[in-house]
Design a binder for this molecule. Sequence first.
Ligand SMILES: Nc1ncnc2c1ncn2[C@@H]1O[C@H](COP(=O)(O)OP(=O)(O)OP(=O)(O)O)[C@@H](O)[C@H]1O
Ligand SMILES: [Mg+2]
Length: 248
Amino acid sequence: MPELKMAEAPAVKPAAAPVLAVQDLQAWYGESHILHGINFHVNAGEVVTLLGRNGAGKTTTLKSVMGIIGKRSGSIRFENQDIIRASSDRIARMGIAFCPEERGIFASLDVRENLLLPPTVRPGGLSLDQIFDLFPNLKERLTSQGTKLSGGEQQMLAIARILRTGARFLMLDEPTEGLAPVIIQQIGHTIARLKSEGFTILLVEQNFRFASTVADRYYIVEHGKVIDGFANSELSANMDKLHTYLGV
Ligand SMILES: Nc1ncnc2c1ncn2[C@@H]1O[C@H](COP(=O)(O)OP(=O)(O)OP(=O)(O)O)[C@@H](O)[C@H]1O
Ligand SMILES: [Mg+2]
């Protein structure tokens, strides 16, 4: 009897899972229910931007991913692991870093000390030389105290610090806030360079003009929900809607 041969399955390349996938995320500050169902994802190597008005829940979303919001529910998957109940420590060790809006520079320490402080969470963190290559200004300001730095220098130092840790998934909360146009442009170049070096970036921005120079995709956050999303290539078709959402 002839041997029965199984038909071979056609070779289908599975679609890569997103690096970060957030589904029905809800979050509370004490009794205040702030996030009511946040859904979005970020693919490897993308720059994804959360847009929305003041108080919409953008920062709370980043803090929820970082595990620094007391009460949260839903699903947050990072590299295919559910991290909704993980400690912020463990989340950091998985390679997620958060650069807060207030930047968190130690005022009494100088630039070098600020750079040497962050713990290494994984191998591959940038060396001081690599940091200075990315931010030449910081090298010139090495012995300046945190308080003496300009807003732009503080922002660069804040980004530099998270790059020291070895994290490859960066969450930047309004990095351009309060900065002069020429500095905003530098931050834009930095983000583009990090993307070209394989970092994945989740950005929160009020400055839509800036976001449009770096983002691959956008999500709109309103009243604790993601209400819309589109790719940068669909931007012009969505401009009217966007103005309505953002009230600009
Ligand atoms: N620590 C807190 N305790 C209680 N409520 C808070 C706290 N932080 C933020 N909120 C409230 O949560 C809501 C969402 O705030 P969140 O900071 O996430 O907004 P956002 O979209 O980042 O706004 P912005 O653009 O102003 O930074 C707001 O109503 C805010 O007042
Ligand atoms: Mg915010």
